[in-house]
Design a protein around this ligand. Sequence first.
Ligand SMILES: Nc1ncnc2c1ncn2[C@@H]1O[C@H](COP(=O)(O)OP(=O)(O)O)[C@@H](O)[C@H]1O
Ligand SMILES: [Mg+2]
Length: 254
Amino acid sequence: MIELDNVSKTYGSTRALDSIDLTILPLRTTVLLGPSGCGKSTLIRLIIGLIKPDEGSVYVEGELLTPNNIFALRKRMGYVIQDGALFPHLTARENVSLIAKHIGWNRDRIQNRIVELCGLTKFPVDALNRYPAQISGGQRQRVSLMRALMLDPDILLLDEPLGALDPLIRFELQTDLKEIFKTLGKTVLMVTHDKGEAGFFEDTIVLLRDGCIIQQGTLSDLVKKPADPFVTRFINAQRSPLESIQNKADSKVF
Ligand SMILES: Nc1ncnc2c1ncn2[C@@H]1O[C@H](COP(=O)(O)OP(=O)(O)O)[C@@H](O)[C@H]1O
Ligand SMILES: [Mg+2]
């Protein structure tokens, strides 16, 4: 569905991506995991064609991405980023319908699709006329997701879509997103730096460090068969609440 063939991208002296070979399988959820600065967003931006690789090729549904076909291919990809990137001066409805209007959908078709998407993403229809500042962070991400899904793309690219949300809202949206992915049967590529979130969504996890793929597999593969000591360090670096309580209890004893 998506293929990166020996792709590299350098910014000044930073090798953001270093000779990446990656195949994203159709109709599955692939999670890009790794510490801040390891190249996750760069990889997503290359696929949506916002930046060009210095070396190597990106293929989307078998087609080599070039300046000539990027706009056509982009219609087959929905893109959601951390803060939603909604236009603040447009209502939720206007944000969601912008591209459909631009390509000539009529009012009824747009309205029907929006109502359908409100059901899918659990966004209240009566809040559609509000501006982004008048809805909650979780609702903004639901609007951003509706906008990405409006043209019914085959591929969804999500760059830390839940990163800016508080834990309870994040938990709720994780559950809803997983359900949506299952219902729609899309090819999903999702970025996170949270291994718990990665494990919740994954069909496959791709773990990156310093622009290189360190390991690809399930969370269980990463835990049980780490390809590199970094994998174990990364997996163990995030503290669970239970562990924190245990540590506090231990420190009281001594
Ligand atoms: N436009 C840019 N200009 C300069 N450096 C950049 C740019 N975009 C990304 N980088 C650098 O490339 C590396 C990878 O960045 P990024 O893909 O955003 O990482 P991640 O999303 O994993 O946090 C980082 O070192 C970052 O500072
Ligand atoms: Mg990023």
